[in-house]
Design a binder for this molecule. Structure first.
Ligand code: ADP
Length: 362
């Protein structure tokens, strides 16, 4: 692997001298990468971002940018662009003055500034908005100004803290796409904070999933969803059917699990412990097939449909199996298959590879 562009080494942070809100964090980010820190509120994402920016100091550990230690460097000397949830624009300045600000503080000459500001506004689709004030712009437009201001001095690293969470869903999705495009075009390294898993999966090259100040898994969006490393990641990302039981036996990457209801199930062992250990089986709703054609599934189970909900692009079918275990199945609407209604008995099936056994204690 190439030399990391950003490196956090053994970083810890406590605000009160007692509780570690970031614990022994080791993270390497490559140049040009879009890395997202994802996790529930209070998991230490913003604190980590603020230590990178220089607004918070690490209690322990070292932070490197482009190979140089930056722990002692003031924020303004780190040459890092920042975009905040609240936009943080200067209300008394025009759009052009806001975007020009980082160039002025860097002592860039006036003639160059005008040109760079124009290009930056053009880049975020705000050509001709130079003379407006922030209050005369929509939320989305204000955030575009904030992005232009963060990029105008061509920093090699841009940090974004929940930049889209104040916007409505449609605009948020549009801006996700635009920021991703900008990242791609400029080749800048982006470290992005969000608690929205959809946003993280859509935008990132890699995602660091935080919980309790610890990175639970650092991986590509696809691997996070397909191969969650532990119960927390499996539960936090995407939807799961969760079945609890105990390991009976292991065999060549699979394990046999005795469910609480008494049935035994063969599953893929991701982190299942030795015989007798408690495990959670995670089974995505879209991987369960109703009345599967013969030979397509490894596991077949009898189930009773309790409820079918029409959701436009898919149907959500709730059923019970293994006694009183709830199983949710997502059926794509495109399949045109008639889904049987409530109170019918069906066969459901899945592949062993799609049912992941995760150690509950890990
Ligand atoms: P996240 O961004 O994942 O929501 P934060 O990094 O903001 O998490 O917070 C992590 C923990 O640190 C939380 O328990 C929060 O209350 C605490 N915390 C954050 N900032 C401060 C601060 N300035 N002073 C004291 N505690 C703080």
């Amino acid at each position: 692997m190439a030399k990391p562009f950003v490196q956090l080494k053994g970083v810890q942070k406590t605000y009160d001298g007692e509780t570690l809100v970031v614990r022994d964090l080791n993270l390497e980010i490559q140049e040009g990468e879009f890395l997202t820190m994802l996790g529930p509120s209070g998991s230490g994402k913003t604190t980590t971002l603020m230590m990178l920016a220089g607004f918070e100091t690490a209690t322990q550990g070292e932070i490197f940018l482009d190979g140089k230690p930056i722990n002692q460097l003031a924020p303004e000397d780190r040459n890092i662009g920042m975009v905040f949830q609240s936009y943080a624009l200067f209300p008394h300045m025009t759009v052009a003055e806001n975007v020009a600000f980082p160039l002025q503080v860097r002592g860039i000459s006036k003639s160059v500034i005008g040109d760079r500001v124009k290009r930056a506004l053009d880049m975020v689709g705000l050509k001709g908005f130079d003379e407006r004030r922030p209050a005369q712009l929509s939320g989305g437009q204000q955030q575009r100004v904030a992005v232009a201001r963060a990029m105008v001095f061509e920093p090699k690293l841009v940090l974004m803290d929940e930049p889209l969470s104040a916007l409505d869903k449609q605009l948020r999705e549009q801006m996700q796409y635009e920021i991703k495009q900008l990242h791609h075009r400029l080749g800048v390294t982006v470290v992005y904070v969000t608690h929205d898993q959809g946003e993280a999966l859509t935008m990132s090259d890699r995602v660091a999933v935080f919980n309790n100040g610890v990175i639970q898994q650092l991986d590509t969006p696809e691997r996070l969803y397909e191969q969650p490393a532990n119960v927390f990641v499996a539960s936090f990302i995407g939807e799961n059917n969760k079945l609890y039981g105990k390991v009976v036996d292991h065999d060549n990457g699979t394990c046999l699990v005795k469910l609480e209801g008494g049935s035994t199930l063969k599953s893929k062992s991701v982190s299942a412990g030795s015989a007798g250990s408690p495990v959670m089986l995670s089974l995505r709703p879209e991987r369960v097939v109703i009345n599967p054609p013969p030979g397509t599934c490894d596991v077949m189970v009898q189930a009773r449909v309790t409820d079918v909900t029409y959701l436009g692009d898919h149907l959500r079918v709730r059923m019970v199996a293994f006694g009183d275990q709830l199983i949710v199945v997502k059926v794509p609407n495109a399949s045109q298959e008639r889904v049987v209604g409530a109170d019918n008995d069906v066969q459901i099936g899945w592949r062993v590879d799609d049912c992941h056994a995760l150690d509950v204690m890990a």
